[in-house]
Ligand binder design. Structure first.
Ligand SMILES: [Fe+2]
Length: 326
């Protein structure tokens, strides 16, 4: 397969032109109206999702992701879940990748992290220096500005607890939400979280002829498939916006076909008003969506327990370690 040449993008103000590796795209957006009211200077957030560190995605992709992200000079990096694929075999590479980011890293888990072992993935993230938000929020001070970030745990596997995550949020402080599943945004907006960043869909990975909208929207039943949805120009607490990132890696098929499916880093300039600069897309209308049935939710929970039991069985079947003779 032929590799496309890297391309130069017009860099955000304050940075030089940046070389974007082949297969990647950088999309840049303003924050919400609420952020212009709560921040006196912009905060640049880099959003990444679905790294899927593992054998499906070449290791060079993670090095390119870190280099490109650092070149964009964000104040904060947020990563919305699915750090691994199907095993714990690549946790050292995950920790090293996280360690490579120059800015602070905040993270929430996704369904693949629960399937592979959430405690072990969480440990690797912390080893790499990330702060994990599992139905919790944290407040950072960046350039003297306060930003509180709410992280909701993975909703796909039944671990999201929105009420717990938002408990104690300070009204009047700039706020950002993180969730692997985009539809959680609907429950976060009324709590004064005007913008939620999410992932999970990989933008369908094949976006020619709008195939991703058919597959992820109609067939799977997601309201939010890829890109920007909702409203950024309403008062906090009324409504809000959600961004679904296309992701970096893949868990099953390595292919990404179509401009929407390219590995994506989304930059959000919180504190810049929507319309302040040209953006690569506008807010889209959501799909009708279809919430998972109680039976499906139960099956998803059981899958996590089944995979955990399988890991324990395999560990017990391993021969006891023999002491070294040297
Ligand atoms: Fe994923």
């Amino acid at each position: 397969m032929s590799r496309r040449a890297p391309s130069l993008i017009a860099a955000p103000p304050g940075t030089q032109d940046i070389l974007v590796p082949a297969g990647f795209v950088v999309r840049r957006f303003a924050g919400t109206l609420a952020h212009t009211r709560t921040l006196s200077r912009p905060i640049r957030v880099a959003h990444l999702t679905d790294l899927h560190v593992g054998r499906v995605t070449p290791a060079r992709v993670f090095a390119e992701t870190v280099n490109l992200t650092n070149a964009l000079e964000p104040d904060l990096v947020v990563i919305t879940g699915d750090f691994v694929c199907h095993s714990q075999a690549y946790l050292d590479l995950l920790a090293a990748t996280i360690q490579g980011f120059a800015a602070p890293v905040l993270a929430v888990l996704g369904n693949h992290d629960y399937w592979c072992g959430a405690p072990e993935v969480a440990r690797a993230l912390r080893r790499g220096g990330a702060e994990l938000l599992d139905n919790a929020h944290t407040t950072l001070t960046l350039h003297g500005e306060k930003l509180q970030v709410v992280g909701v745990d993975d909703d796909y596997t039944g671990h999201a607890r929105v009420e717990r995550a938002v408990k104690g949020l300070s009204p009047g402080v700039a706020t950002l939400g993180l969730s692997h599943i985009g539809e959680v945004a609907d429950a976060l907006w009324p709590h004064g979280v005007p913008l939620v960043l999410s992932g999970h869909t990989h933008a369908g990975q094949v976006t020619v002829a709008k195939l991703h909208e058919l597959a992820i929207g109609r067939v799977v039943g997601h309201r939010y498939v890829h890109g920007l949805y909702g409203q950024r120009t309403v008062e906090a607490g009324e409504d809000g916006a959600v961004y679904v990132g296309a992701g970096i890696g893949a868990a099953v098929l390595p292919l990404r076909v179509g401009p929407r499916a390219r590995r994506e880093i989304a930059i959000f300039e919180l504190g810049a008003a929507p319309g302040h600069f040209v953006e690569p897309m506008v807010e889209q209308l959501p799909h009708p969506g279809r919430a998972p049935t109680a039976r499906k939710q139960d099956a998803r929970l059981k899958k996590v327990a089944r995979y955990r039991a399988r890991r324990v069985r395999r560990l017990k079947a391993l021969p006891p370690e023999t002491p070294s003779q040297t």
